[in-house]
Design a protein around this ligand. Structure first.
Ligand SMILES: Cc1ncc(COP(=O)(O)O)c(C=O)c1O
Length: 400
């Protein structure tokens, strides 16, 4: 029977990218002592207070249908939060509440691009972006990130990649997998490219809360910046975010799409066609989460920054390895290509010979094919042991 071409376009672009992770999980299930440094799932528990809010809401019968845009309390909380962040009045009509950043990205891309359009995306990028863009029918045009710029997307590189078909610049800051954080000047320069070619900017801000402080000054060298916060870019910017990382709550699937109110109004029927609203008891929890600060957010940020420094200390001196220190996020990239093999071959040998699972760089794009990505979301001891095994494999490879 015939199926729609969208299925061919996304074939192999879903969970296949996590092959090493799934192999490692199978090994673990067989009783092998595998260390998983693959995915970015906070190891901290979701704050008790939030679990309590969700439980109370469940018991209070908040289990009925919602509406397509979102529960009023959570939309109010988003409006307040983004009004504070941007210094402009951001109305509740600028949001749609959806199950996680991933569905916000899908919804926004479906509403903005289609077959015949080009989308500029950093290479490397989060592993689902290839499937997201391909699903729309648009072409993903990779723009290589350069290690010497700390992997911060360069506006001139972006401008050179623009074609007459380009419709959208797809940003992610802090960036997965590299941990690069775009500064305000980067955003302004990228905004100039968007304006010059009349492009949309889509910004994935799921890691907004994870920008690392400088250990000496206690403030981030590059504070978080967003095109949504720039008044002259706001009418061409849409954002996707969630509580998955900031509140250690990925299983709640609590996220949102935001943008100019006229575009969001047009997008709403598409969201309703797919979702017809989300769970009221989760919206109650999210409204509470967004209304104030939770200590888990800062704790995670400090923990990942400290672990990133530790990984660099352990692995940078090892011949053939090069650690790219992240400025934020949950991951650290390590170049392995000087050892004479690419990231995928290294990851497979590491799994089979040393029982450590890392993500091969090719899952994120061609520009990172010579790297592997390590997650910082595992306990200190396991991470240290994982790094010891990585160092041992690298030393044995360098010796031959
Ligand atoms: C860059 C990026 N975007 C989106 C997501 C998905 O986030 P969510 O759990 O909110 O769907 C992730 C998850 O790892 C991510 O790294």
């Amino acid at each position: 029977m015939r199926t729609a071409s969208i299925l061919d376009r996304v074939s192999g672009l879903g969970s296949d990218k996590w092959r090493v992770h799934f192999l490692a999980r199978q090994m673990k299930a067989r009783g092998e002592s595998v260390i998983l440094l693959t995915i970015g799932e906070p190891e901290q528990p979701t704050p008790d207070e939030l679990i309590e809010v969700a439980c109370r809401a469940l018991r209070a019968g908040r289990t009925g249908y919602s509406n397509g845009r979102g529960e009023p309390a959570v939309l109010q909380a988003l409006s307040a939060r983004y009004t504070r962040r941007t210094g402009r009045l951001i109305g509740t009509d600028q949001f749609i509440w959806v199950p996680g950043t991933q569905s916000a990205l899908y919804l926004l891309l479906m509403g903005l691009v289609q077959a015949g359009d080009d989308v500029l995306v950093a290479d490397p990028c989060y592993a689902t972006y290839h499937g997201l863009v391909r699903a729309t029918g648009a072409r993903l045009v990779p723009v290589a990130l350069r290690p010497e710029r700390g992997f911060r997307l360069d506006a001139d590189d972006l401008a050179r990649a623009v074609t007459p078909a380009t419709r959208l610049i797809f940003l992610n800051t802090p960036h997965n997998p590299t941990g690069a954080v775009l500064g305000r000047s980067d955003i302004r320069a990228i905004g100039q490219v968007a304006k010059a070619h009349d492009l949309w900017i889509l910004c994935d801000e799921v890691y907004e809360s994870l920008v690392f402080d400088d250990p000496d000054t206690g403030v981030p060298p590059t504070p978080f910046a967003s095109p949504f916060d720039e008044a002259d870019l706001a009418d061409r910017t849409v954002i996707a975010a969630s509580l998955s990382k900031s509140h250690a709550a990925p299983g709640f699937r609590a996220g949102w799409a935001a943008g100019p109110s006229d575009f969001i109004a047009k997008l709403l029927p598409l969201a309703e066609s797919m979702l017809f609203g989300a769970q009221p008891f989760i919206a109650d929890m999210a409204a509470e989460a967004l209304a104030r600060e939770f200590s888990v957010t800062g704790q995670m940020c400090q923990t990942y920054a400290r672990r990133a420094a530790h990984v660099a200390q352990q692995l940078d001196p090892v011949p053939g390895l090069r650690v790219h220190r992240p400025a934020g996020g949950m991951f650290v990239m390590v170049s392995v290509d000087e050892l004479g093999l690419d990231g995928e071959a290294f990851a497979m040998r590491l799994l089979n010979e040393a029982q450590v699972a890392v993500m091969p760089g090719c899952a994120f794009g061609q520009a990172s094919a010579g790297m592997v990505r390590l997650s910082l979301t595992v306990a200190d001891e396991a991470l240290e042991q994982g790094c010891e095994r990585i160092a041992a494999l690298a030393r044995s490879l360098a010796a031959v």
